[in-house]
Design a protein around this ligand. Structure first.
Ligand code: DMJ
Length: 643
């Protein structure tokens, strides 16, 4: 039996068939799909022939071995008259079987193989008769069919669940004309940020307002996922900017695609995209947002495939391959990243009826509960391979912050049924108060960072969110210390306001110290920037809701004016590099969280409390409001909506 000659394709000779790792060294990069397809076809015909040839060999010792091999093969048969045993419709042939019948069986097999390989050859010849364009068109049609099938599968409507109580999504208009004016000013700023993004950065993740073009960072991977659109949707909605909302919805419907070869941050994509899409869904009722959120969540799930179930920091949306940030202690995952998934994942399970999301985040919680905590504190780093803590560094700012926030919010979001989360929050906050919270010489309460056995007397802008968190958690606190925690929230709000007030621009630095005579002031040049962050304003808003002390609106208005004066440029809003300089330079980035959070919290600050009331809504860490779900204690199975 000879191997088939290699057939010429469109006048060109194919390279020799060598499909090892280094086959086609020159063609490898440029090998086209149609060529690959044909090569595969020929290869399969070739293999079939070789396989067939094996059976056509004359009787030999090899053949005998094959005979012997057949003796114990299970052959579908039910005739037990020749002494075989019938096992559930299959017959095992024992010794002394009928030689004649065996030969017939072999003959039948040979004929079948011959027919199969002739058919394969015919098909290959038929294919090769077609022109290159025809073959390409056929491949394209096949590809399109597969894509359509996948799309159909992906956009299958999800089973309906009762929508939770959606109260206060269209209200909040203040009666006081002065407050109304301030609220309108914030809305105008939102319009300025959106319109410029619309004009210069549409579809990109963020905007460079000075260069007037799109911008992105590695957290969003290398593809244009319209982060600003998704992050801004709910703010547009509550501000009544419905045309803009619809534009965003249309873009998402037509363009937001997660089947991209792009490595993204699991945490950022969860809080900005899944959080943003879920909030947009609940506010508007538009199915497309729910469907996209579920599609995206499916792409994040492979990140949990680690030895411990603690997810990787990053995942490739296409391949599902995950890894951690190179800078994180000893290959660790980050507490504030893997610990800030709970709210969104519980909602995903609620909306889909699929417990997979819920199980993932509960697994993380259970694992954390079992671990020893130095001084009762949670270190920021945890190795997902070994399940051991990395460096003993604890922070309520960057790397730790929203983990604590989500413990409290898991309890609130469950209509206070998830008491396990509340207990974890209370325990953590007690340890934080004992080891990290201090008063400066000048009487400012601050939250420092625990680093290798000592307290660093430095607080980040990010840490300022904690004022709001303490106030939000006051009600329901252990030993009924509500007054204490509300007071603690007020003290943090005051300290953070001081960090703004002690600058030239009246905007807060990224980090500030309480050391060596310095109080609430940045010392290092690389900590003097303000990148349109929300945390201080977020705390003003929570404090306003719980106390109605007018100073919080006053402080919020100071910040609004400073942002409008120093960060506004004709192409949008930009961060500034030095808040102590009277002629600051811009960083030329309009962060998506400026639209999602900073402007939303300002707008809420100048709205009545009936807009997104805190009894019915819980804000995720990117300020996306999610409704309270009346869930059974730490399990979804008691929920009638959960199938
Ligand atoms: C936001 O993306 C979120 O608030 C996150 O939790 C931390 N930081 C940024 C804004 O500063």
């Amino acid at each position: 039996m000879t191997t088939p000659a290699l057939l010429p394709l469109s006048g060109r000779r194919l390279p020799p068939l060598n499909l090892g790792a280094s086959a086609f060294p020159h063609h490898r990069a440029t090998l086209r799909l149609s060529e690959k397809f044909i090569l595969l076809l020929i290869l399969s015909a070739f293999i079939t022939l070789c396989f067939g040839a094996f059976f056509f060999l004359p009787d030999s010792s090899k053949h005998k071995r094959f005979d012997l091999g057949l003796e114990d093969v299970l052959i579908p048969h039910v005739d037990t008259s020749k002494g075989g045993k019938n096992l559930g419709g299959y017959l095992i042939h024992g010794q002394g079987h009928d030689e004649h019948r065996h030969r017939e069986e072999e003959e039948r097999l040979r004929n079948k193989i011959r027919a199969d390989h002739e058919k394969a050859l015919e098909e290959a010849k038929e294919k090769l008769k077609k022109s290159r364009d025809e073959i390409q068109a056929e491949i394209q049609t096949e590809k399109n069919k597969v894509v359509q099938e996948l799309k159909k599968k992906d956009s299958k409507p999800l089973p309906p669940v009762p929508l939770p109580n959606l109260i206060g999504i269209n209200s909040g208009e203040p009666a006081d004309p002065d407050i109304r004016e301030k609220r309108n000013k914030v809305k105008e700023m939102m319009k300025h940020a959106w319109d410029n993004y619309r004009q210069y950065g549409w579809g990109h993740n963020e905007l460079k307002p000075i260069a007037r073009k799109g911008h992105s960072t590695n957290i969003f991977g290398n593809s244009q996922m319209g982060a600003t659109i998704v992050d801004a949707l709910d703010t547009l909605y509550i501000m009544g900017l419905h045309d803009e909302f619809r534009e965003g919805q249309e873009w998402i419907d037509k363009n937001l695609d997660f089947s991209v070869n792009s490595e993204v941050s699991v945490f950022e994509v969860n809080i900005r995209f899944i959080g943003g899409l879920l909030a947009a869904y609940y506010l508007s009722g538009q199915e497309v947002f729910k469907i996209k959120a579920v599609q995206l969540a499916g792409k994040l799930l492979p990140a949990f495939n680690t030895p411990t179930g603690i997810p990787w920091a990053m995942v490739n949306l296409k391949s599902g391959v995950g890894r951690n940030w190179g800078w994180a202690s000893a290959g660790s995952s980050i507490l504030a990243e893997f610990g800030t998934l709970h709210m969104e994942f519980v909602h995903l399970s609620y909306l889909t009826g699929d417990p997979v999301y819920y199980n993932k985040v509960m697994h993380i919680r259970k694992l954390l509960q079992k671990m020893d905590r130095p001084n009762g504190l949670y270190p920021n780093y945890l190795n997902p391979r070994t399940g051991r803590w990395g460096q003993h560094h604890t922070s309520v700012g960057g790397l730790g912050d929203s983990f604590y926030e989500y413990l409290l919010k898991a309890w609130l979001m469950s209509d206070k049924m998830d008491t396990e989360a509340r207990k974890m929050y209370d325990d953590a906050i007690e340890a934080i108060e004992k080891h990290l919270i201090r008063k400066s010489n000048g009487g400012l309460t601050f939250i420092g960072e625990w680093k290798n056995g000592h307290l660093e007397r430095k607080m980040g802008h990010l840490t300022c969110f904690a004022g709001g968190m303490f106030a939000l958690g006051a009600d329901g606190s252990r030993d009924d210390k509500a007054g204490h925690y509300l007071q603690l929230g007020a003290e943090i709000a005051h300290t953070c306001h001081e960090s703004y007030d002690r600058t030239t621009l009246k905007l807060g630095p990224e980090a500030f110290k309480f050391d060596g005579g310095v109080e609430a002031v940045a010392v290092r040049q690389n900590e003097k920037y303000y990148i349109l962050r929300p945390e201080v304003i977020e705390t003003y808003w929570y404090m306003w809701r719980f106390t109605h002390d007018p100073k919080y609106r006053q402080w919020g208005w100071e910040a609004t004016q400073a942002i409008d004066k120093y960060c506004r440029v004709s192409g949008g809003f930009s961060g500034v590099k030095d808040v102590y300089s009277s002629s600051p330079t811009y960083d030329d980035v309009q962060q998506s969280f400026f639209l999602a959070e900073t402007l939303k919290y300002l707008y809420l600050l100048f709205s009545n409390d009936d807009l997104l009331p805190l009894d019915n809504w819980v804000f995720n860490t990117e300020a996306h409001p999610l409704p309270v779900l009346h869930l059974a204690n730490t399990t979804l199975s008691g929920n009638p909506a959960y199938r």
